[in-house]
Design a protein around this ligand. Structure first.
Ligand code: GDP
Length: 297
């Protein structure tokens, strides 16, 4: 579907005079192709521009070694810079879950994959980290969402907080904390309500839950295929709630994953995990190299 960046750049450099070092003009021409590749991969225009000018400085004047073509050389410089930007501090998938019971707040818009991702992470925490996990749904407006979490909990054999009709999200969060403490759980995960768009009521609700639980992690779950929208959602949630990391879902789709780059550049937040399918084990720690390779095609 996409012509790979390496192929494109070989074409560009074939037309240029070969020299011992990358000249400014060569690099400029090549970087036009890089910019197009980034835009096709759904990187936002300002981010693509800024990224390209950073690469331009690095690439100009670099000696071209005999073992690679100028095109390959530019691809490598771009690749390395992508990895650098995509890499956050610390271990990519590490979650702060010491001091039991550690609260994890899951936030995001409806349909982004929040409930599924809550269960996926709970399963990982249980199987990989050997943690006892309690999950609770705070989506009081959608009883089906509460039931969905209970069903997922049974599938992965992770406890869910019993549903008590009529409680508000703060009351449920308090009850989750209490049950997690009394029941000797290591982690309790709060699956907050989603809305179709960001509104004040949603944010006020999540804020109130945050204030009574003091989460160790506040993870934003967003659909990785929504590009710029995902980035705006992250900015909004971070400004109002403060997020500790992002989980990009639907990275199993056709998209080239450019949202990851915009997300890192714009919010500076680490991408901790990527969702790779509907199944409950379809999640992995974020690997900057893999996404960089995908963005470059
Ligand atoms: P929520 O409204 O944010 O809680 O979203 P859900 O967890 O209910 O997910 C919405 C839909 O997206 C469901 O059909 C999920 O199976 C699906 N989904 C979630 N994560 C992924 C993913 O990483 N890849 C794919 N292909 N589908 C996903």
């Amino acid at each position: 579907m996409f012509e790979s960046l390496s192929d494109r750049l070989s074409g560009v450099f074939d037309r240029l005079t070969k020299q011992g070092a990358l000249s400014e003009d060569d690099v400029k021409t090549a970087l036009r192709e890089v910019r197009v590749a980034l835009l096709e991969a759904d990187v936002s225009l300002p981010v693509a521009r800024e990224f390209v000018s950073a690469v331009q400085e690095k690439a100009t004047g670099q000696a071209v070694t005999k073992s690679v073509t100028p095109g390959q050389q530019v691809v490598k410089i771009v690749h390395d810079e992508l990895v650098k930007v995509l890499t956050g501090e610390g271990e990519p998938g590490a979650l702060k879950v010491d001091n039991p019971p550690a609260p994890i707040l899951m936030v995001g818009l409806q349909g982004g994959g929040k409930t599924t991702t809550t269960a996926k992470l709970a399963l990982r925490l249980k199987e990989v980290n050997g943690k006892r996990v309690l999950m609770a749904s705070l989506d009081v407006n959608r009883p089906a969402a509460m039931e969905q979490l209970a069903i997922l909990g049974r599938q992965i054999e992770v406890d869910t907080l019993p549903i008590v009709p009529g409680q508000n999200p703060v009351e449920i969060a308090r009850r989750a904390k209490q049950q997690a403490t009394m029941g000797g759980y290591d982690v309790y995960m709060l699956d907050t309500a989603g809305r179709l768009s960001i509104d004040d009521a949603l944010m006020a609700e999540v804020e109130a839950v945050r204030d009574v639980t003091a989460p160790r992690e506040t993870l934003l779950v967003v659909d990785g295929l929504t590009g710029q929208d995902a980035v705006h959602t992250a900015e909004n949630f971070d400004a109002r709630i403060g997020i500790s990391g992002v989980i990009l879902t639907r990275m199993d789709g056709d998209g080239r994953g450019g949202a990851a780059l915009s997300m890192r550049k714009v919010t500076g937040k680490p991408i901790k995990y990527v969702g790779l399918g509907e199944k409950l084990d379809a999640i992995e720690e974020f690997h900057p190299e893999r996404i960089a390779g995908r963005i470059l095609g």
